[in-house]
Design a protein around this ligand. Structure first.
Ligand code: FAD
Ligand code: MEZ
Length: 610
């Protein structure tokens, strides 16, 4: 092409682009969806970009915008043009971390981060601080939205009556909710599962170290002798005997059966390690020590999908509905797209998790934790608890809130207790150990806070790294310091090299002798002698809220007078009683699977009778 022809072509192209934009604007201006009109006045959002190159129909079925809360069509459109999340994960790795490779479960929706009509946000930044260069980006921030927001719209939806009817509604698609959904379907009920976040799995998907269970096949295969009674004793002792013993007996008594139930759905829980406060190794996780939560919730998610559970994301329950006899009759939901609507149901299961991510609420119950970071997912703010309280439930133990001892302030993630369980030690800035590393969390966290700077270093060697796949994730996040020798590591983290060498030498002597003469640590899995050596700075962060809705052994919710609220069930971190004043590591996954299963079954039975 000669240069004048080229100029003409470019001019034509520019003219066409202007026309394109003009037509885009014209179309937008005539649009019914006010949302879209608004978007075009702010050309920084994704929708504007798509408007320039096409029309609303590029993303939506019709010009009036999305038609359902899961945004299924919109997400399929993203995938059609840009490829699936899995494919995108293999390209565009930035700084060693691919923005599309996630540990989150389900088919993670593109629209969880790429928001059409508002600024896009990297959902990962709720925990991490990647600051991914996401197009049309805003900053991750969340404010708590009380359940009594938009009262007029709520009242209108209530006056309109139920939009649909089902047997069982489950609130919260975390581990307890997914377990309840599968179990209720197994018992023959029709189930609607409502989740307020765009991504399912709650805190359960983040669980790392393991799931506690006694007398399991995996323990037997590894020659570990355990008893349900020892699990009960450990749990009661860890909870300072404030636990509801009847619930603890159910927890331990059903634990191996819950492992078998998950295994029957395809879970791999064959690796067994030690958690703080446990007398024996009973924390089950996938082979090689991969994170338990992402695996178990994925298995449960797949199972729920296979069983045709009606799963609705972006759907927040703001009210439990009751009849004149105080029996639960359904829920009022706020769908991101559909607005407020009522579902009539025979039974409702509250599986809404805890509130550790809501520091105002945490500090109200335990002022010592004011300003602490949290290990939790962004939805763990306690609005589910507000919904239950409004319906008249009794609560217990809300003042007991646990800090996980080892949170990396640099990485923004919790470092699993399994790292200590598999052999890591804790040292202070003088290079010295200061605690039995696998004591209960309350004690370990208090000991770390008492050190200079309120933090400590988790120290381990290459043999610990090889024993636990989860560590590779931390290495990939670039906050693990490394040294070819203990002295080199000491220099890297600024502790006296001679002290660290001395600490490791005496620890290795204790290992050989089979006895920790300094702090009485009960498990000494391996010497710390294989280079390279690693260090992670750690400090406590709010992790688990032990208190919640009072339930009985059939997971029925109770009123303050001890009366059963007919049709209302609760399971998991939303409840109180199982863990007393302090939960043992690994007991929550056991709790949510066992009690989630019971709640699903009981709710289905109740629905059948009504
Ligand atoms: P969640 O899994 O948190 O699910 C609750 C769901 O309800 C959420 O998805 C939330 O968005 C949704 N929801 C809340 N309110 C509403 C509403 N109003 N409407 C609709 N939806 C709502 N425990 C162990 O035993 N072993 C471990 O290794 C382990 N590791 C952990 C690691 C991390 C980083 C964290 C944070 C926790 C860990 N735990 C572990 C604890 C354990 O994961 C949780 O206690 C447990 O998963 C809670 O499960 P759940 O189903 O009760 O709540
Ligand atoms: O139970 C937990 O919270 C747990 C085991 C966490 C972890 O350190 O992995």
């Amino acid at each position: 092409m000669d240069s004048s022809l080229k100029r003409l072509f470019l001019l034509g192209l520019a003219f066409c682009s202007v026309l394109f934009v003009f037509w885009g604007c014209r179309e937008t201006a005539t649009m019914v969806g006010g949302q879209v009109e608004k978007a075009f006045q702010h050309p920084q959002v994704l929708a504007d970009f798509h408007q320039v190159s096409g029309s609303c129909k590029d993303c939506h079925i019709s010009k009036s915008g999305p038609i359902e809360d899961n945004l299924t069509h919109e997400n399929n459109q993203c995938v059609e043009c840009h490829a699936s999340l899995a494919k995108l994960a293999d390209v565009g790795v930035r700084g060693g971390v691919s923005p599309h490779r996630s540990h989150l479960i389900g088919a993670v929706a593109c629209t969880s981060c790429h928001l059409g009509h508002e600024k896009s946000v990297s959902y990962c930044d709720a925990c991490h601080s990647f600051e991914h260069q996401i197009p049309f980006a805003g900053k991750w921030e969340r404010t708590f939205v009380p359940i009594d927001t938009d009262m007029m719209a709520q009242e209108q939806a209530l006056a309109a009556g139920p939009r649909e009817t089902t047997d069982v509604v489950i609130v919260g698609a975390g581990g307890a909710g997914l377990s309840a959904a599968v179990s209720a379907r197994e018992a023959g009920a029709n189930v609607i599962l409502l989740e307020k976040e765009p991504i399912p799995g709650g805190n359960a998907k983040l669980a790392a170290g393991g799931m506690n269970a006694a007398e399991t096949k995996s323990q037997a295969a590894l020659g570990i002798t355990d008893e349900k009674q020892i699990m009960i004793d450990d749990t009661m002792k860890g909870g300072r005997n404030l636990n509801d013993l009847a619930l603890v007996k159910i927890l331990a008594g059903n634990s191996s059966d819950s492992v078998d139930w998950l295994t029957s759905m395809g879970a791999d829980l064959t690796d067994v390690g030690r958690m703080g406060g446990a007398s024996v190794n009973r924390s089950h996780r996938p082979t090689g020590g991969a994170g338990v939560g992402a695996h178990v919730t994925q298995v449960l998610w797949d199972s729920a999908v296979k069983r045709n559970v009606d799963i609705r994301l972006n759907s927040r329950v703001v009210r439990l509905l009751k009849d004149s006899a105080d029996n639960v009759t359904g829920v009022l939901v706020h769908g991101k797209v559909s607005g407020y609507y009522v579902i009539k149901a025979d039974a409702v299961v509250m599986a809404t998790g805890g509130f550790a991510k809501n520091n105002d609420r945490v500090a109200k119950y335990d002022p010592k934790l004011k300003g602490f970071k949290a290990t939790n997912h962004p939805g763990a703010v306690g609005d589910g608890l507000d919904v239950a309280l409004q319906a008249g439930v009794a609560t217990r133990d809300l003042e007991y809130i646990q800090a996980h001892p080892t949170y990396s302030p640099v990485g923004g993630v919790m470092i699993t207790e399994a790292v200590r369980g598999n052999g890591a030690i804790l040292i202070n800035r003088d290079g010295q150990r200061f605690v039995n590393e696998i004591t209960t969390r309350d004690k370990a966290a208090a000991a770390i806070l008492a050190q200079k700077g309120g933090s400590a270093y988790l120290i381990f060697d290459h043999s610990v790294r090889k024993s636990l796949k989860k560590i590779e994730g931390y290495i990939n996040l670039h906050f693990v310091r490394e040294g070819q020798s203990a002295a080199e590591l000491a220099v890297a983290i600024g502790v006296p090299a001679a002290e660290l060498e001395k600490t490791l030498a005496s620890y290795n002597r204790f290992k050989k002798a089979g006895k920790d003469e300094q702090f009485g640590r009960p498990n000494l899995p391996r010497e710390l002698a294989l280079a390279p050596f690693y260090a992670i700075e750690v400090t406590p962060a709010v992790h688990h809220t032990m208190g919640g809705i009072t339930i009985d052994s059939r997971t029925r919710a109770k009123t303050v007078n001890g009366k059963t609220i007919e049709g209302l069930y609760a399971a998991g971190e939303a409840t109180g009683g199982v863990h007393g004043a302090n939960r043992l590591g690994g007991n929550a996954i056991s709790d949510i699977v066992t009690f989630g299963r019971i709640a699903g079954f009981e709710a289905a039975q109740y629905a059948r009778q009504h």
